[in-house]
Design a protein around this ligand. Sequence first.
Ligand SMILES: [Mg+2]
Ligand SMILES: [Zn+2]
Length: 211
Amino acid sequence: MISAVFLDRDGVINAKAPEGDYVVRWEDFHILPGVLEGLRLLTDSGVPVIVVTNQRCVAKGLLTTAELEGMHQRMREFVTQGGAKIDAVYYCPHEMRECCGCRKPAPGMFVDAARDYGIDLPTSWMIGDSDIDVEAGKNAGCKTARLLTKSESGAAGPKTEPDIVAFSLLDAVNQILRVKVEAYPREYTIKANLEQPVSMVSGQPKKPGGL
Ligand SMILES: [Mg+2]
Ligand SMILES: [Zn+2]
């Protein structure tokens, strides 16, 4: 079993569209500062990165699933060119009223990824910029990191209780990797002496051919 980092998309990887609007074209997909650096840290640490995103713009007819997947393909190519990787993208195309099992805060996308890739949810993290992301991560049994927006960094914090708060994806990743190393001090010290690449997160050597 491996530990993964789950990421929300809008507001974590790319800039959110204005309220009530949706990012439906690659031309409007603006990657946020520090994202490539954060993803590279995860990639270099052998941590699978999985995007879980609610995209009801599909149900609204603003773009097709093929167009959405095309945009995600370009996002992944951009990240790969930046020396990092996104291992998988799960999206919920449904409307709220459809009551599906995948729309966050439901844990369906996490459960699917855990099944598809052999991921251990309790040692995995969810990074998101909304209370719904934190709820979804908790519903999946993951640890949670909440990115604060500028307006929230003052007195009014998140309504949910994430394990950590951060100001960017890079900040969250830095905190998570530090938490992870501290969580496995003995194994990590032992493995660090083996002079071979190991995954800091699972406490297990990286599976060849795995994620
Ligand atoms: Mg978001
Ligand atoms: Zn859904």
